[in-house]
Design a protein around this ligand. Structure first.
Ligand code: OGA
Ligand code: MN
Length: 230
């Protein structure tokens, strides 16, 4: 067992004791998602938050890619700003090592063939949101598991910005569907879910909200089409 991976959830979806990767794998197998109230050591979270705050706001980009008119359109869908991460920062490096241990552990248990992990910081200013969507990238199917680690200190219910996760399936994508659960973006909490199964949205934020969003991907490369591209 990787001792860096510890779940301190009150009610994890699975047995209380034992290897946290076993718990995560079991929940993903039966439910397709898991909420972990405090999986990472406090020092790791503190390092990430300090790094997040040290980055000039100018370096955060409006989420979405493509031509300028698509950017305009995207603002009705999502209004957060993102900063892609690499392993040049020590705190990010520690986080990526932790996610790597989880990747290997999940592959062993679930044979998901997770190939790599990409992640970015997301900054939601007051009044921003991300409308209901599925996580898939430019029509490709390589995102298998979505992870979000929340870094908002002292989050309160009035601060909003919960992640609403809807049941899988077409009906659930209906505008009036009720969420399956709402995840508070509380400092240190992490949610992991099957990227293509669960429509989800970030409810309007009333106070700046910090998070690390990432995806475990499979390698869909065929012939000379490289997917993932980076
Ligand atoms: C995303 C996303 C959820 C969250 O970035 O695709 O759905 O709670 N984020 O930040
Ligand atoms: Mn998403």
């Amino acid at each position: 067992m990787n001792t860096a991976l510890r779940a301190t959830s009150d009610r994890p979806c699975g047995p209380r004791d034992g290897d946290p990767i076993d718990q995560i794998a079991a929940a993903l197998r039966t439910d397709g998602y898991i909420v972990l109230p405090a999986p990472l050591p406090p020092a790791a979270l503190g390092g990430l938050l300090r790094h997040f705050r040290s980055i000039d706001r100018e370096q955060f980009r409006r989420a979405g890619i493509g031509r300028e008119d698509e950017h305009q359109l995207n603002r009705f869908v999502r209004s957060d700003k993102i900063f892609w991460l690499d392993n040049t920062n020590l705190s990010v490096n520690a986080y990526l090592s932790w996610m790597e241990a989880l990747r290997v552990g999940l592959n062993r248990r679930l044979f998901l063939g997770l190939f790599d992990y990409e992640c970015h910081y997301a900054y939601y200013d007051r009044g921003t949101f991300y409308k209901k969507h599925l996580d898939c990238f430019q029509g490709s199917t390589n995102r298998v598991l979505s992870t979000v680690l929340y870094l908002t200190p002292n989050w309160q219910p009035r601060d909003g910005g919960e992640l609403a996760i809807y049941p899988p399936g077409e009906e659930a994508a209906a505008p009036d569907a009720l969420p399956l659960l709402k995840v508070a973006p509380r400092f240190g909490q992490m949610v992991i879910f099957l990227s293509e199964e669960f429509p989800h949205e970030v409810l309007t934020v009333n106070r700046p909200r910090y998070s690390v969003t990432g995806w475990y991907r499979v390698n869909n490369s065929l012939g000379d089409i490289v997917d993932p591209a980076s």
